[in-house]
Ligand binder design. Structure first.
Ligand code: HEC
Length: 220
């Protein structure tokens, strides 16, 4: 009897070993189907209308509501908070009060290089690499009234106003909200500042600070 059990065990093991390696790409006999075949929802697969609905009115019924959109108020990791001023003249006027959230952040060399790249791809075609409105679309006359970002008006223009215009567009310039995320747009505003000559008239504070620095440097 003992021997019979032994032989059966050896045969069974043999059969299992033989049957498990005839085709590397096949999972063989599936013993836990959920592990072998994913039940996850496939993003672009056709949705089974007996289970899912995209109609918000049917939310909460026996159907599962799913519209591929992230939940309202979702902010992607690393992204800044939403910009809430509306795209109208009041929003434009108020935008001057919005501070650049990256003001106190010193951008790394890599970030500066990346921002220059983004500016050259998206903006230089009109504004030119140096912001002086000599991009090909401006010089060829295809787009009129391109702003010279190094001009006095733009040196004095608030960061928030620039951000507002980059977000919503302005006259002949389109919106860049879908091409550049909020952080990238604020980074570009900082980058524009580096293209500009230093502000002369209203920059009382930085001048004193610079003076204080130079006196401190002389003393030290
Ligand atoms: C198709 C050409 C074009 C492109 C591309 C373009 N701009 Fe402009 N931009 C303009 C024109 C034209 C104006 C002047 C709008 C006006 O005041 O009539 C302008 C104005 C501006 C202003 C001043 C806005 C204001 O409120 O007066 C800023 C800042 C600016 N652009 C930044 C950018 C940045 C940053 C990019 C790239 C993300 C960009 N622009 C891409 C054409 C362009």
């Amino acid at each position: 009897m003992k021997r019979l059990t032994y032989i059966t065990a050896v045969l069974a093991t043999g059969v299992i070993i033989m049957s498990s390696c005839h085709n590397k790409r096949s999972p063989g006999s599936v013993y836990m189907p959920d592990m072998a075949y994913s039940r996850a929802y496939e993003s672009y697969a056709k949705r089974d209308s007996t289970k899912f609905t995209t109609d918000p009115a049917k939310r909460g019924s026996s159907l599962i509501y799913f519209d591929n959109m992230p939940a309202e108020g979702t902010i992607k990791r690393g992204e800044l908070f939403p910009y809430t001023l509306p795209n109208d003249s009041i929003g434009y006027a108020k935008s001057a009060m919005v501070k650049n959230p990256l003001d106190s952040v010193t951008m790394s060399k890599e970030e500066m290089t990346e921002t220059a790249r983004l500016f050259n791809i998206n903006c230089a075609i009109c504004h030119g690499e140096k912001g002086t409105a000599n991009g090909p679309l401006a010089t060829s006359g295809k787009v009129g009234g391109v702003a010279n970002l190094t001009g006095d008006v733009y040196v004095k223009m608030a960061d928030g106003t620039m951000f507002h215009s980059i977000t919503y567009g302005r006259n002949n310039m389109g919106s860049y909200a879908s091409q550049l995320d909020r952080k990238q747009r604020w980074m570009i505003v900082k980058y524009i500042r580096t293209l500009q000559p230093k502000a002369t008239a209203p920059a009382a504070e930085p001048v004193t600070a610079a003076k204080a620095d130079s006196t401190a440097a002389k003393k030290g």
